[in-house]
Ligand binder design. Structure first.
Ligand code: 5GP
Length: 185
């Protein structure tokens, strides 16, 4: 049976990483999380080939020129992209695939593969997200304003997604994603 591609995006600070990790813990038998290529530097604890394939800007641009990406985008001054090879290999191995990517890339996927299912994880409300960003005390006001402007752009693009899941509780959000997945495979 043809396997499916699910794309999950969400505003920064919405907790989508936690939701996706919980989903994967419960569904790793027939789902695999795609490993993207990026030009950003690895963070502490990240491993090449596991979290990302960390490549240089030159390598990334050569891959763009060869048409090797299913989708790619520039985000916060770095490139991020999904290799076509990676996806076809995982389909051949019999997996359904989850892509955790930002909204520009997600819409490219939908254009090329209309059968892909796009899921957007949204905050319960913008005010709460703002409080959470401020509560971290890690960003200055200008950065917070930039993040919030980006959140608004992402929420607008989410109108083109197939589903929006509100992350009011991780457990509930995971259950909703499981239902969406069941209805689409
Ligand atoms: P981070 O640098 O925090 O790992 O990721 C930054 C953003 O890039 C996140 O929104 C993440 O979902 C997105 N991202 C990760 N991999 C890809 C990819 O292959 N393509 C696109 N378009 N976005 C990606």
């Amino acid at each position: 049976m043809q396997k499916k591609l699910f794309v999950i995006s969400g505003c920064s600070g919405v907790g989508k990483g936690t939701v996706i990790n919980e989903f994967m813990k419960k569904n790793s038998d027939n789902f695999i999380l795609s490993v993207s290529c990026t030009t950003r530097n690895p963070r502490a604890g990240e491993t090449d080939g596991v979290n990302y394939f960390f490549i240089t800007k030159e390598e990334f641009e050569a891959n763009i020129a060869q048409g090797a990406f299913l989708e790619y985008a520039k985000y916060a001054d770095n490139y991020y992209g999904t290799k076509k090879d990676f996806i076809s290999e995982k389909f051949e191995q019999g997996y359904n695939i989850i892509l955790e990517i930002e909204t520009q890339g997600a819409l490219q996927v939908k254009n090329k593969m209309p059968e892909a299912v796009l899921i957007f994880i949204a905050p319960p409300n913008i005010r709460e997200l703002e409080n959470r960003l401020r509560g971290r005390h890690t960003e200055d006001e200008a950065t917070i304003q930039k993040r919030l402007a980006q959140v608004k752009i992402e929420l607008e693009r989410s109108g083109q997604y197939d589903y929006t899941v509100i992350n009011d509780s991780v457990e509930r959000a995971v259950e909703e994603i499981e239902k969406i997945v069941k209805n689409n495979i």
